[in-house]
Design a protein around this ligand. Structure first.
Ligand SMILES: [Zn+2]
Length: 162
């Protein structure tokens, strides 16, 4: 069983968001949705930052560590350990997590090099303005394959740093 802890926006009877956010917790095995506080938080970030909500949710899930300020550093600080365009704070990675991230990236680089080695070499095609030039073949399949490898690395790293 895992807990899904996230800020959610309240909906009106029409099903549309009404601009009020609460930090919530729900088990992935079903059961009630627990709401962290009664405040009318104006944004998901606000709701996520609410100390009262974090305390209450921590008490329900038994994982107060997940919201321990000491494990998070400000995105503006030099201490940040990972880049993420969406998150506003970054968890400090453990040594094991750092090693996992490096392993994933190394495997990805190895795979990308292998794909690159399959590319059609440029073909010399004479001279233009006194400079030799070559014709390159656009290997579409390999470009797609390389993009998918980059995507796989990105998702795996996202899991490790989540
Ligand atoms: Zn609150």
């Amino acid at each position: 069983m895992a807990w899904i802890v996230q800020p959610l926006e309240k909906c009106g009877s029409d099903g549309l968001g009404i601009g009020i956010f609460h930090l919530t917790a729900k088990s992935d095995e079903g059961g009630p949705l627990y709401v962290g506080c009664d405040h009318d938080h104006a944004s998901a970030d606000d709701a996520q930052a609410c100390q009262e909500a974090r305390r209450k949710i921590g008490g329900i899930t038994g994982f107060p560590d997940g919201y321990d300020e000491k494990r998070r550093v400000d995105s503006a600080s030099d201490d940040r350990t990972a880049n993420n365009a969406v998150r506003h704070s970054y968890r400090v990675l453990s040594d094991a997590e750092k090693a996992q991230m490096v392993a994933i990236k190394d495997k990805g680089a190895e795979f990308l090099n292998l794909i690159d080695s399959l590319r059609t070499p440029p073909e010399p095609a004479g001279e233009a303005n006194g400079e030799p030039f070559a014709i390159c073949t656009f290997d579409r399949e390999l470009t797609i394959a390389a993009e998918k490898v980059e995507e796989a690395v990105m998702w795996a790293v996202k899991h490790i740093t989540a």
